[in-house]
Design a protein around this ligand. Structure first.
Ligand SMILES: [Zn+2]
Length: 478
């Protein structure tokens, strides 16, 4: 748990780091904590916090009171960032109030605009669902929120009992990430201030598209944003004020750590680049970055500089805080560790780059097994999907089809076709199944399907868990 105090923010601001950057960085960590409170309320820390501060109201609704602790007020700042950028993914509708919460869209906070009829102000979304068919009650929707009928019908419900989930609207998966949290906080603050922070730095080329691990990209991004947690550890341990460089005793700043410190210059001097980097000559990090990325790495390292240098920076900065981390590392250690880490990471990437289809499939014949193939066609203009599936065994072959209205995308259509197909197999009491559904394979391996197909995939997974055997493989289309 780490939050940056007011005194650090002003200190960073006076050192030339953007106040706004540090503030966003702070909010993002508080939001991460709040996300944990929402998603893991049973953890010990969450139970303590919720028991103390949310005994009468839910975490999402509780108001900020001035007499509460500084720490808790910080958590609520993060909660507000979450609250302003989340919406419900409807699964059974029991946790969602029709008029008071956003639930109609996966990318924007959208709720029906009132006024709500007086006796229906607390209406739950579950009350718009027909308990028998477990599908939307169109008559009710037409009488209560007729303008939103189409949007509501596009939400595909679970038929096997998934529960509602709060989704972060800024990522495809619906999960909060520090990266998207940062950008959202940054954008919100920027808009609030109506003051544009222009930069010519190419973020894609300089950071996001580098072939390095995500954690290294995040480190670079924080560095460029001036949000490197230089004083953070000090603050979280209540040691405020003294932020001298632990290696040389001069005033610690990001620029000092990266270029000016005597230690940094020793690392640069040893780095296997051509020409050798002269640390003391580097004044502006973003401007120098492009040049650093273009350097040649000397043999026998066999790595390119745009992979090695980011790793190197991150390693020595993370080893910098000698006050708390008594382990000291020499420039030589850091360089050899960086080379080892890069190699390890690159090796780990290779198997992932092989497409599953390019690998030979080892086929083990399975007795008494049906083959299932499903497919869907989608018409954007009518929002209608045609669903088809074929079940085959030896020479027997049965084809089925249906259609579905209010389908938002081809992905939803394909997921629906698969769910229908699996329902059918269940109905036919098929026990052993082979399928080639890329959707299903992806959904099962990632465990995080996008919010708009979550319910459908959830149902498919619950259903297939009842089969005696299911095998995924690519079946050539005939
Ligand atoms: Zn120093």
């Amino acid at each position: 748990m780490a939050w940056v105090s007011w005194s650090t923010m002003t200190k960073h601001a006076s050192e030339g780091l953007g106040f706004r950057d540090v503030q966003c960085y702070n909010d993002v960590f508080l939001a991460k904590l709040s996300w944990r409170v929402i998603n893991h309320p049973q953890s010990l820390m969450c139970r303590i916090l919720l028991g103390k501060y949310c005994s009468t109201e839910s975490f999402l609704k509780v108001e900020n009171r001035t007499n509460e602790s500084h720490g808790w007020r910080g958590v609520l700042i993060g909660r507000d960032l979450i609250r302003a950028n989340t919406g419900w993914t409807v699964r059974d509708g029991k946790s969602i109030e029709v008029w008071n919460e956003a639930w109609l869209d996966n990318t924007n906070q959208l709720r029906p605009t009132g006024p709500a009829p007086e006796h229906l102000t607390q209406l739950k979304v579950s009350e718009l669902i027909d308990p028998n068919s477990q599908d939307w009650d169109r008559e009710k929707i037409q009488s209560i929120i007729p303008l939103y009928e189409e949007l509501v019908l596009r939400i595909k419900l679970s038929k096997t009992g998934a529960v509602d989930k709060l989704s972060w609207l800024k990522t495809k998966s619906g999960d909060y990430t520090t990266k998207s949290g940062y950008w959202t906080a940054y954008e919100m603050t920027r808009r609030d201030e109506e003051q544009h922070h222009q930069t010519d730095f190419d973020w894609n080329k300089g950071v996001w598209k580098l072939n390095v691990a995500p954690k290294i990209k995040l480190f670079l991004w924080k560095t460029f944003q001036g949000a490197l947690p230089v004083g953070e550890r000090l603050i979280s341990r209540n040691i405020v004020g003294d932020t001298k460089c632990t290696r040389c005793g001069l005033t610690e700043s990001i620029h000092h750590l990266l270029f000016q410190c005597e230690f940094a210059q020793r690392v640069w001097a040893l780095a296997p680049t051509n020409p050798t980097v002269e640390g003391s000559g580097l004044i502006d990090f973003p401007v120098n970055w492009t040049n650093l990325m273009g350097l040649t790495c000397l043999p026998p390292i066999g790595l390119s500089s745009d992979v090695l240098i980011p790793w190197l920076l991150s390693l020595w900065i993370s080893h910098n805080n000698l006050l708390f981390n008594k382990k000291t590392a020499s420039p030589e250690d850091i360089i050899s560790r960086a080379v080892a880490s890069v190699r390890e990471w690159l090796n780990a990437q290779e198997p992932a780059e092989l497409s599953p289809r390019s690998r030979p499939i080892v086929e083990r014949p399975i007795e008494n097994c049906h083959r299932l193939q499903s497919d869907a066609a989608w018409r954007e203009d009518y929002g209608i999907a045609g669903l088809g599936w074929t079940i085959k065994k030896n020479t027997e072959r049965a084809s089925f089809g249906s259609h579905c209205h209010f389908v938002a995308s081809p992905m939803v259509a394909e997921a629906l076709a698969l769910r229908e197909a699996i329902f059918k197999c269940k109905e036919l009491e098929i026990q052993r199944l082979k399928t080639d559904s890329i959707h299903l394979v992806k959904a099962i391996t990632s465990k995080k399907p996008p919010p708009d197909i979550y319910c459908i995939v959830f149902d498919s997974i619950s259903l297939i868990s009842e089969f005696e055997l299911i095998q995924f493989k690519w079946i050539p289309r005939e």
